[in-house]
Design a protein around this ligand. Structure first.
Ligand code: NAP
Length: 367
């Protein structure tokens, strides 16, 4: 497994984002209002959880440093502090549940979970499918092999993101004695995602013309719309879920071709997909995931990461909006960004690089 191919497993990370608040909930019976604390709440997933929870009449408190989007949610209680050493504002308060979106190292998860354990019923830890180790098999469920690290006191998140998140899950379980709910999302996408990883595709497809589509179209892809994830997290709080759940989508296998067709349906335009084989892209040093996001070829040793088994979460109420709607809404959000930001996508290949690759591929085919 070369470095680039492995990279995505370690980096489906925390990269934050702006805010587009369009949470949509499945039709549910009325909930009993609950008091919910979010450790975080103001970047990408957090705001969508706030929106989904408020729509269900829950009462929110956000704990953070006040640095990220400080003006957001003026009507919601904010407690300021720092997970790394200043938890004073959480002392002596009670909540029904705490949702930890900002835990990356076990020491800090232990600190907050031990402090809150007597005063909350449930501790929701937002983990990741990157907790799984290398060479994952397709269809892996929650009991799959976990990533490890040589020294568990090392806190280099960029290097040991998955292994550290696995240790955070254990830390939450231990401090809460069976009252922790560990949620493992795959790539989180949709309005507000500042990383552009998924966004690259709706933006590129909307531009139209000859679109470089990697592989043969049959490679499976997985991701979850941030709004579906947020709604389900709120549902899991209402149902007091505990244990560990993989949480990515969709419900049934989505191939790269089906994803691109759905994106075209969602964003419109005249895009024509030219499928360029993996071997050709390999020779041109174009890497799956990092150069062409979301895509992982099936002959890649990491194919398990695009075929994670989420049956447990689906049985517990996780639902998915259509791939076309996610694409349409993501593009609509992207169009609200300033022009200079829209001019430089943070993921995917440049238009110039794509033109070169397509020209080289067409020339080779013509030989
Ligand atoms: N993006 C993906 O594709 C993906 C995939 C799988 C899993 N995940 C997981 O999903 C979660 C999503 O994170 P998000 O950024 O969207 O959550 P978020 O709750 O929207 O934002 C992160 C929050 O953490 C706060 N924060 C950061 N450092 C802090 C500190 N030292 N003390 C107190 N608060 C702090 C930030 O506010 P301040 O800066 O003001 O403190 C911000 O409110 C992460 O746990 C990530 O591992 C993401």
């Amino acid at each position: 497994m070369d470095h680039k191919r492995r990279e995505f497993v370690k980096t489906t990370a925390w990269a934050g984002a702006g805010v587009a608040l369009t949470a949509a909930l499945p039709v549910l019976s009325k909930a009993k209002p609950m008091k919910i604390l979010i450790l975080g709440g103001t970047a990408f997933l957090g705001p969508q959880i706030v929106e989904a929870a408020v729509a269900r009449s829950h009462v929110l408190t956000l704990f953070n440093r006040g640095k990220t989007n400080p003006g957001l949610f003026p009507d919601i209680e904010k407690l300021h502090g720092d997970r790394n050493g200043d938890l004073k504002s959480l002392e002596g308060r009670k909540w029904d549940a705490v949702i930890d979106t900002s835990g990356f190292v076990p020491r800090l998860v232990t600190m907050s979970a031990e402090l809150l354990a007597p005063n909350v019923k449930q501790y929701v830890f937002i983990s990741t499918i990157s907790v799984f180790g290398e060479g994952l098999k397709a269809g892996t469920a929650e009991d799959g092999p976990l990533a490890t690290m040589p020294d568990e006191s090392n806190e280099e998140v960029a290097k040991y993101y998955g292994a550290l998140k696995a240790l955070c899950e254990k830390a939450a379980d231990k401090a809460m004695s069976g009252r922790a709910w560990n949620v493992r999302p795959g790539l989180i996408v949709g309005p507000g995602d500042k990383t552009d990883r998924y966004t690259y595709w709706p933006v590129r497809v909307a531009r139209g013309g000859d679109v470089l589509a990697p592989g043969d179209g049959k490679d499976p892809v997985q991701y979850i719309d941030v709004r579906d994830l947020a709604s389900w997290i709120v549902l899991g709080v209402e149902r007091d879920l505990t244990g560990t759940y993989n949480a990515t989508g969709p419900a049934k296998t989505l191939t790269m071709k089906a994803m691109l067709d759905a994106i075209k349906k969602g964003v419109g335009g005249d895009a024509k997909f030219t499928w360029v084989p993996t071997e050709f892209l390999d020779k041109q040093n174009v890497a799956p995931w990092s150069d062409l996001p979301v895509w992982v070829p099936s002959d890649n040793g990491e194919v398990g990461f695009t075929q994670i088994n989420c049956a447990k979460a689906i049985a517990a109420g996780l639902t998915f909006r259509s791939a076309a709607v996610t694409a349409k809404d993501t593009l609509a959000w992207f169009k609200t960004l300033p022009v200079d930001r829209r001019g430089k996508l943070l993921a995917g290949i440049s238009a110039e690089k794509e033109r070169e690759l397509l020209a080289a591929w067409h020339a080779q085919k013509a030989k």
